[in-house]
Design a protein around this ligand. Structure first.
Ligand SMILES: [Zn+2]
Length: 442
């Protein structure tokens, strides 16, 4: 039995609108007790533990670890889609593992993967962590993007017969091909199957822009039919309104972007709010708009105007969905483009406050409590509560006063996953005498 007691902490539990002074005690991999500091601190330290570790968290907030809802550990700040293809798989898996561990050290203890750039990258990293080869965050591993021909990621053409492996997406057509690819992804051991339901910005030359639904309902149904019985979730790149409706009708749990969802689509999302999640992935378009020029990208004025328009539409839609009680989660395609580097993922929290009008408490609840639910472990992950898994951060300062402090790695003093410190800069008192000292001071 290992006991760790975090004393003198201000605690954000994943739900409440304010910090509470409390002592958080962890036994092995779970939270044993959260005792308000008005009660004697020492009670939180199990008297059976002769060598309980006691950590003085004065000046810090203890909060649940963050969940990144739209994560790409294998997208390494690319300039073009062929960048993720060109890296050899061996190098690519090492990079992906590095990225997962960097995110963990920056406070993201759970990663919900939106897609892998090659078939088993997420799976290999997840398994290296769960088998104990490396410490790392919890990961729900994704397939590659499974997408109809003539859409986002389809780099083939009708003249050259090139091997499929040049794409980071898997192109397929018709329910049978979607069934086959979903089953192959399940065979690979993924947790999430990614499908591309709509086109996207910059794919208009294929008649697959962001308002266009490119998949058929039968194809979506085929993937859901593979995922459901196996306990996998389906997540969709889906910017179009009709696409959102199709996803809700077919039971796709995670809908990315949802920019153009009309009134009917929003009504459907509201009716499905107990099981559906929406993640707008704000980081990418905001960084393109604000920082594209800094990266020397010579885009036209029209391109910048269309990004502005897209963001305005997203803003209106997400504010409305939040008002309707739909779970809207941060997570913003970090790494999927050079303007939006992986590791800066906590910027999405600031975007939720500034751009979507979320309170800091709502933003943090979305990234923690709702994140635990997104990981399909809402009853044991994402909150500071007795019995919950001890995935938590010790952050210097008060993130409810300013969520931006979570962007500063130096303020993330410690990160714990399953009761184990995976980053730890806090001074400790290890001995029974020190425990007695804490008891005295309490
Ligand atoms: Zn993405």
């Amino acid at each position: 039995m290992t006991i760790t007691s975090l004393v003198n902490a201000m605690v954000f539990d994943g739900s409440s609108g304010e910090l509470v002074a409390a002592t958080v005690t962890i036994e092995d991999d779970r939270i044993l007790a959260v005792v308000p500091d008005s009660v004697a601190t020492a009670r939180a330290v199990d008297p059976r533990a002769q060598d309980a570790t006691v950590i003085d968290c004065a000046g810090c907030t203890v909060m649940p670890g963050l969940t990144e809802a739209h994560c790409h550990i294998s997208f390494n700040n690319i300039r073009s889609m062929s960048d993720v293809v060109a890296i050899q798989p061996e190098d690519h898996s090492i990079l992906s593992l590095r990225n997962a561990r960097m995110l963990m050290e920056r406070g993201f203890t759970s990663l919900y993967s939106a897609a892998a750039a090659k078939p088993r990258l997420d799976v290999a990293v997840r398994d290296a962590i769960t088998t104990g080869l490396f410490s790392g965050p919890r990961i729900r591993a994704a397939s590659q993007e499974i997408s109809p021909s003539g859409n986002l990621g389809d780099l083939n053409n009708n003249y050259l017969e090139l091997p499929r492996s040049i794409c980071f997406t898997i192109t397929c057509d018709g329910p049978d091909e979607f069934t086959k690819q979903a089953r192959l992804a399940a065979r690979d051991g993924v947790d999430n199957i990614k499908i591309n339901v709509s086109g996207d910005r910059d794919w208009g030359h294929m008649h697959a822009d962001d308002k266009t639904t490119v998949i058929s309902e039968d194809e979506v149904a085929a993937v859901v039919a593979v995922a459901g019985p196996r306990g996998l979730t389906v997540n969709a790149h889906c910017t179009s309104s009709e696409g959102v409706k199709m996803c809700v009708r077919q039971g796709v749990q995670v809908i990315y972007h949802a920019v153009h969802a009309d009134e009917e689509a929003r009504d459907m999302l509201e009716a499905a709010r107990d099981w559906v999640f929406v993640a707008p992935a704000l980081g990418l378009p905001i960084s393109m708009l604000r920082e594209g020029r800094d990266y020397g990208l010579k885009w036209s004025a029209a391109k910048y105007r269309s990004l502005e328009k897209e963001l305005e539409t997203t803003q209106n839609c997400m504010r409305d969905l939040h008002r309707r009680g739909v779970r809207v989660l941060p997570g913003g395609d970090y790494g999927a483009f050079i303007t939006n580097p992986i590791g800066t993922n906590a910027r999405d929290l600031e975007h939720f406050v500034d751009f979507l009008g979320f309170t800091a408490a709502d933003t943090l609840a979305a990234a923690t409590r709702h994140g635990g639910a997104l990981m399909q472990r809402g009853d044991e992950l994402g909150q500071i509560k007795p019995g919950f898994l001890a995935d938590l951060l010790i952050v210097r300062g008060d993130p409810l006063a300013d969520v931006r402090i979570l962007q500063d790695p130096a303020r993330i003093e410690a990160v714990m996953v399953g009761g184990q410190f995976v980053k730890d800069a806090m001074p400790k008192m290890h001995h029974a005498a020190d425990v007695a000292d804490v008891r005295r001071r309490a």
